[in-house]
Design a protein around this ligand. Sequence first.
Ligand code: ADP
Ligand code: MG
Length: 504
Amino acid sequence: MSQIENATDSGRPLLSLRDINIAFGGVRALKDVSFEVLPGEVHCLAGENGSGKSTLIKIITGVYRPATGAVIEFDGQTYSHMSPVTAQQRGIQVIWQDLALFPEMSVAENIAFQTVLGRWPRIVNYGNMRTLAMNALKRLGVSFDVDLPLKEFAIAQRQIVAIARALVGEAKIVFMDEPTASLTQSETDHLLHIVRTLSADGVAVVFVSHRLAEVLDISSRLTVLRDGALVGVYPTEGMTQSRITELMTGKNFDNQVRAKPKENQANVLEVKSLCRRGQFEDISLTVKRGETLGITGLLGAGRTELALALFGMTKPDSGTITLDGKQVNFSSNRDAIKAGVAYLSEDRLSLGLIQPQSTADNLVIASLPKIETNGFLSDEKKESLVAGWVRELGVKIGRQVDAISTLSGGNQQRIAIAKWLATDPKLLILDAPTVGVDVGARAGIFEIVAKLADTGLAIILISDEVPEVFFNADRVLHMAQGKIVGSFDPRQSSLKEIEAAVYA
Ligand code: ADP
Ligand code: MG
């Protein structure tokens, strides 16, 4: 063992597999697969149907024996294959799809029987079993009547019983193979909560699910299989559903022009001959319901100045702004917010978010009236508003009270977007929304933008990266020296053509 490995002792995997091969009647179900799980981590195993996920789990839990040459390291010991008994004794537990429970037996028996039987002396003490069962359920934050027969419980609760059984078996790692397949949304939420509880308790969880939103929500890392082969291991942070799909299928869905015709929609914003001396000149444009209008150009082209005028931060010298058919004349951004305009500033870190403040406070700051009851701010309303948006936009946060500065760039950006969405805008102006956001997390921001446009929101997307507007906007305006000098339809123009115009 090298010294470097010694030095990173804490990051050592709990489970590590190498050179895993298995074939069923000539069909190679797994080909040279490796797989690693860290202690206490929630790890997602992703892949299309038949990609080998369940087979891999069955090898780890001793149901199948891999071809010779396989190496399985678990918690400091090395095996060429597992047996179900060894796996269980070492703390490898599985929640099988059929749960392998006994409906006629009590909850307590289902949870504790196996473990109590495995111990010496083999005296089955019901009181002891009840205590074990109740403690396990308590660790999961639930309380069931442990004396009732299991058949009285719904499938979601039985699943929790199976997880409690794994805990009693002193699980160090729990495998869940499509545990949410037959659950309702609220049952799924509860299960995901339990998975988090397990992880916080130091138990690693390997999770298989087809619902990618769930995968992104729950796991910190992701292993992708395709046709029995390893595609790769990725941090979930910054992953998007479309990227996972791409990895699972090997087909590229990224970088497709999203532009769709919006001609038949009503104008949300209509700007005519807008001028502000020294900043922009003779700006005329429209943004329709559900439309994303891209504005690109070099730095200093006047894009942000135009946005600030649309948001009531500065007053134009001449020209008109019409919102939903009514001409507006904002004297402050407060007027603009009231009229349904939201502006996510370029300078998110200094203007958009208040770094030392909590995630929740940052999110609600522009929509305080919504969380008010009789003149007082309601913590409950605040929490549920925040929880709703965190979920809607797939934001990874710790606790709502944690400072926004503890979040990654991509997640801060989502909170900044949520802050404005909470004001129920008609028009959302996004000024350089990917500045300070990791390349990996950028696609996620644009997925949100597309989703918002689909709900009918009119969006102005400002970016000096031409591909961002080319791929994500319905129309692209080119601004230079305060004027609109070009207009492009991404379905009819090429990226090269627009870039050539902008960088000419
Ligand atoms: P996943 O769980 O990702 O949907 P599986 O691990 O169940 O995929 O299956 C991987 C491949 O191995 C599939 O082609 C499947 O048909 C095959 N396979 C799995 N188990 C068996 C088995 N017991 N006998 C024959 N073929 C199997
Ligand atoms: Mg499967």
